[in-house]
Design a protein around this ligand. Structure first.
Ligand SMILES: [Cu+2]
Length: 258
């Protein structure tokens, strides 16, 4: 009898164990990552058919008019990024185009203070797809996080480039950037994996990145979606850099022209 009881409890124990492990195991990241603790969403897989638009975020979801911190790199030949301001008459709300192709395929960044609806639209006759393989993305943060290591000099320096920090997909995206002397780069943590990263100057030989951090170093301070690190480049030259926590895999290069 005790043997039979034992045989009956074993499958049940396995089912409970399976459910327990399923609940504990983190979900793998797919094309679109939902709202994170930093209230940031990453959009990689979005597809909009020709002439249509897709609401990325609206006041229904947020619970009122909202302010967004947007960073994006989209195919402007096919896609338009737009927003609607609050209006009592939704049909006649003016559409403001945020990206109409004037940004020359560089990642772009904007803070919009008074938004009712944020949309991704496809141009007439063109399907719009956010293609992660082509370094295309949109990140939407509802709260701007403080910038790490901001100095008065960097606050007013022009933005030369924006680099997204993703462990899950593109590592440092874009990988290699070219800016002018006196410009700054903003690195934005956009990682759904929520692992800490750093932006540390210095070249690596494979996994050996010793002696780095001379020109700039965020330290392991990039830990939450939306956090930013910025550095102003005052001298021309080529500056390889890496993440001190993912030595071999996360590397990039900054080229500063005079
Ligand atoms: Cu890293």
């Amino acid at each position: 009898m005790s043997v039979l009881a034992h045989q009956q409890t074993t499958p049940l124990t396995l089912i409970i164990l399976f459910l327990f492990l399923t609940l504990l195991t983190p979900r793998t990241t797919t094309a679109t990552v939902g709202w994170e603790a930093g209230e940031m969403v990453l959009d990689f897989g979005n597809e909009v058919e020709a002439g249509n638009s897709d609401v990325l975020l609206d006041s229904m979801e947020v619970g009122g008019t909202f302010s967004v911190d947007l960073t994006w790199n989209i195919n402007q030949e096919n896609c338009l990024l737009q927003f609607h301001e609050p209006s009592t008459d939704k049909k006649h709300a003016p559409t403001t185009i945020i990206d109409d192709g004037l940004f020359n395929n560089r990642p772009s960044h904007a803070v919009l203070p008074h938004v009712a609806e944020l949309l991704l639209a496809a141009r007439n006759g063109q399907d719009c797809e956010i293609n992660g393989a082509k370094n295309e993305f949109i990140t939407i943060a509802r709260k701007t996080r403080p910038i790490i290591n901001r100095t008065p000099a960097s606050e007013f320096a022009p933005i030369g480039a924006i680099v997204m920090v993703f462990r899950a997909t593109g590592f440092f995206t874009p990988h290699d950037v070219t800016i002018k002397t006196g410009e700054k780069i903003i690195w934005i943590y956009a990682d759904g994996a929520q692992e800490p990263h750093s932006v540390t100057s210095g070249a690596c030989r494979g996994n050996d990145c010793s002696g780095g951090g001379q020109a700039f170093d965020s330290g392991p301070t990039l830990t939450k979606p939306g956090q930013q690190y910025e550095h102003v480049f005052m001298k021309s030259g080529t500056f390889p850099y890496h993440c001190d926590l993912h030595l071999g895999s996360m590397q990039g290069t900054v080229t500063v022209t005079p």
